[in-house]
Ligand binder design. Structure first.
Ligand code: M6R
Length: 365
């Protein structure tokens, strides 16, 4: 049931504060701000590295997870799109755990990777939304995301719930490996617990701004998305979201790669969406933005209050979010990314919930 919403996608975007809150309640012990102990001794017990595979949006969640596992747990992560993973013929060792991410739990390429890893004797774990799915049944450990049914073909709440689980698991892995102290874990978990409230605040305030910008985007032929650090996978996710529902070509790039090719595309007809919270990468991303501005490119900057006051370019439009901790920024910054794609598609008049040529669950390789 869509309730008062026009599309399932819209409803699912607005479901996120509650979905994240449900998800976190299974991973976090709010009385002591620690990750629930059972998650600590699972796939990560005695592993030396993780190999993640997934498709589409779930893959981008995995890429953000890679930054987290490496940063908070010092656990090396390999990650591939599931359709390529097997072709690399990775020389596995028993200290590798394989992690799969899938909303439906039925994606053929991801399932094929899971079976391949099991044949090679790896421990397996799966972050899934559908608990009865094949991937959930065949993995050694299941990390459910509790997003509730996701009907819109474009994945929204499943993505942010995957991020919530990956963040909690990275913190758990950090404690298990001794990289994080108990106090650091409590601080990080406290930040995660703020996500539903901050999401609610953002969802209540940014819509008019997003609608204004989307009306313009709907007239464009192509859009570039840029980001650094965890904002780089988010840029790719933003581009995927836009192209799949509005049919406007979009590409997500690491901000630093701009000068290695895509800058040739920049002119006054090419909007560039820059995702840049005021984090340790901010200044570098700003200099990439200046390269765009100097060539007449139209910039839509998604930043936080600190970022907005640190920078004013005349040619730039901004979406300003509250200042948040680095570990929750990807979840909060997902909201404008999703809403921008959603409203652009509405203005373009496409079939938002059932985009052409796409299926909710891709069961062929
Ligand atoms: O069910 P899964 O998470 O395994 O699906 C993976 C992709 O097919 C999926 O995320 C797809 O990219 C979405 N339509 C993106 O919005």
């Amino acid at each position: 049931d869509k309730g008062n919403y026009r599309h399932f996608m819209e409803k699912e975007i607005y479901d996120q504060p509650e979905a994240i809150s449900d998800t976190l309640s299974h991973y976090i012990n709010f009385s002591d701000n620690q990750v629930v102990a059972v998650w600590r001794d699972t796939v990560f017990a005695n592993v030396q590295s993780l190999a993640i595979s997934a498709c589409g949006t779930a893959y981008f969640a995995g890429l953000i997870g890679k930054y987290w596992f490496e940063h908070y747990a010092r656990l090396p992560v390999e990650i591939d799109v599931a359709s390529e993973f097997r072709y690399r013929e990775i020389p596995f060792s028993p200290q590798v755990a394989a992690l799969f991410i899938s909303q439906s739990g039925e994606t053929a390429d991801t399932l094929a990777c899971l079976r391949y890893c099991k044949e090679h004797g790896l421990k397996t774990g799966a972050v899934v939304n559908a608990p009865e799915s094949t991937i959930a049944r065949e993995s050694d450990t299941v990390f459910p995301i509790f997003a509730g049914p996701e009907i819109g073909v474009a994945s929204t709440k499943a993505f942010t719930c995957q991020l919530a689980v990956l963040a909690a698991l990275a913190v758990a892995a950090g404690r298990a490996s001794g990289t994080l102290t108990e106090k650091e874990e409590q601080t990080l978990v406290g930040r995660l617990a703020e996500v539903p409230r901050v999401m609610g605040q953002v969802l209540n305030s940014i819509r008019p701004r997003i609608e204004l910008l989307s009306r313009e985007l709907a007239k464009c032929r192509a859009v570039l998305y840029l980001g650094r650090g965890t904002s780089f996978p988010l840029a790719m996710e933003g581009a995927l979201k836009l192209k799949e529902i509005s049919y406007i070509h979009a590409q997500g790039y690491a901000a630093g790669e701009l000068k290695h090719g895509p800058i040739a595309l920049i002119d006054e007809n090419m909007p560039v969406v820059v995702i840049a919270p005021h984090d340790r990468f901010f200044d570098k991303t700003v200099s990439n933005m200046q390269e765009v501005a100097a060539r007449g490119g139209r910039i839509i900057l998604i930043t936080d209050e600190k970022g907005a006051s640190a920078l004013k370019l005349e040619t730039m439009q901004t979406i300003v979010l509250p200042n948040v901790d680095e570990i929750i920024a990807p979840m909060i910054f997902s909201l404008p990314i999703q809403l921008l794609a959603y409203h652009t598609a509405v203005f373009a008049g496409t079939d938002v919930d059932q985009p052409r040529n796409l299926a909710k669950s891709v069961t062929v390789e």
